[in-house]
Write a protein that binds this ligand. Structure first.
Ligand SMILES: Cc1ncc(COP(=O)(O)O)c(C=O)c1O
Length: 390
């Protein structure tokens, strides 16, 4: 006998799982750049970098056309390549480990802590070998990896750290902004992120020498000098941000704190509504209730696989049918076929695999209301209640 299915009907307009907030002043500013005669990398990129540097406590910052390339460039600056290993998490956007392969090094995955959903720091030391050169931790959903423990391990083993803080702009650790301290710190400004440049990213570096190298890797390795001098010393790529994109970022950055506090309040509402006895009985796993550090980039639940008669895909379809956007961030990386070909297999990282099968991102973005959150929670609870194993 098949389990009964809930068929909630949309009662309100479609609620996406995320949506950028771009104000009219920013749109007018973009139009101005478009009319200015200079639309690719130029004064707006420089201005954006200066504002970012201010935001990150004066550290050198360079802007790029993606978050992905910033991590690849950090690896290159650190001299990491063939024969080297880089420790990272299997629960992230696949960019995190693809960049390790891109530079010719080998990713070494360490399972996640099922509570934080971030790399389990207590397992890192066991994964270090003589070939290990760096750690790439990820602050999934904006929930920070413990920087004190992370940097203690890195220091002890003389490892570089490339923080994949793609999702963590505005997140703090011990009262300090992520990016304002540490080694390399990478951010993404993809439209889903807490602030956007449409596509783009930035890298916080340790000193001007690294920043100069980052500029070379950003644009074909080119260094200009004098009136007509040009030299190429490294194989760079084509990773420069446009002034149009930078102008979007300049319009976003001043709103970050306000966006993040709206996200925080919405997250509080999720906890309140998921805290009822009926909701708790379902065994849904909520994220850590962190209202100090997290920028609440996403609100993700992990479905109780063992209690349900349907799979996540069916839950997603039913939410969608009820007008509620939702997404998966992310399947476990080591189970993608290119990674399986490198030797990983099911069972290698059970916590990441469980999360990879069952994690679900619910709507969360500035501008959402308490009524929106109520609708999401009530709909999800009704879908789960209707599909419990008998
Ligand atoms: C955890 C994580 N790492 C890396 C990236 C890559 O950023 P981008 O899409 O800007 O290249 C993203 C963005 O999607 C991300 O969420």
């Amino acid at each position: 006998m098949s389990a009964p299915t809930a068929s909630p009907k949309p009662t309100a307009p479609f609620l996406p799982f995320t949506r950028p907030t771009i104000d009219d002043e920013t749109i007018a500013g973009v139009v101005e750049v478009l009319r200015s005669g200079w639309i690719t990398s130029g004064p707006k990129v420089k201005e954006f970098e200066a504002k970012l540097s201010e935001f990150f406590g004066g550290r050198p910052v360079r802007a790029f056309n993606s978050g992905t390339c910033t991590m690849e460039i950090a690896l290159r600056i650190a001299g990491i390549g063939p024969g080297h290993e880089v420790i990272t998490t299997p629960l992230s956007w696949v960019a995190t480990s693809n960049v390790i392969l891109e530079v010719g090094a080998r990713p070494v995955f360490v399972d996640i802590d099922p509570v934080t959903r971030n790399i389990d720091l207590s397992r890192i030391e066991a994964a270090i070998t003589p070939a290990t050169r760096a750690i790439i931790p990820v602050d999934l959903a904006g929930q920070p990896v413990d920087r004190d423990r992370l940097y203690a391990i890195a220091k002890k083993h003389n490892l570089r750290v490339i923080e994949d803080a793609a999702q963590a702009i505005g997140t703090t650790w011990a009262g300090k902004r992520i990016g304002s301290f540490g080694d390399f710190v990478s951010f993404s400004f993809h439209p889903n992120k807490n602030i956007t440049t449409i596509e783009g990213g930035c890298l916080v570096l340790n000193n001007e020498a690294e920043a100069k190298l980052a500029e070379q890797y950003r644009l074909q390795g080119v260094v200009r000098s004098g009136t007509d001098g040009m030299e190429v010393e490294v194989v760079g790529g084509k990773f420069n941000l446009t002034d149009v994109a930078a102008r979007v970022g300049l319009g976003q950055l001043p709103h970050l704190e306000e966006f993040n506090s709206q996200r925080r309040e919405l997250a509080r509402t999720y906890f309140e509504l998921f805290g009822t006895p009926a909701a708790r009985a379902l065994g849904l796993r909520l994220p850590p209730a962190d209202f100090t550090n997290s920028n609440w980039h996403m609100f993700q639940v992990v479905l109780p696989e063992e209690k349900l008669s349907i799979k996540r895909a069916e839950v997603m379809t039913q939410l969608q049918a009820a007008g509620i956007g939702n997404q998966v961030h992310y399947p476990a990386i080591h189970l993608f076929s290119i990674y399986r070909k490198l030797g990983w297999k099911p069972g290698d990282f059970p916590h990441a695999e469980y999360a990879g099968r069952n994690i679900l991102t619910l709507p969360l973005f500035p501008g959402m209301t308490r009524a929106d959150v109520t609708r999401v929670v009530e709909t999800l609870i009704s879908i789960l209640q209707a599909n419990l194993q008998s």
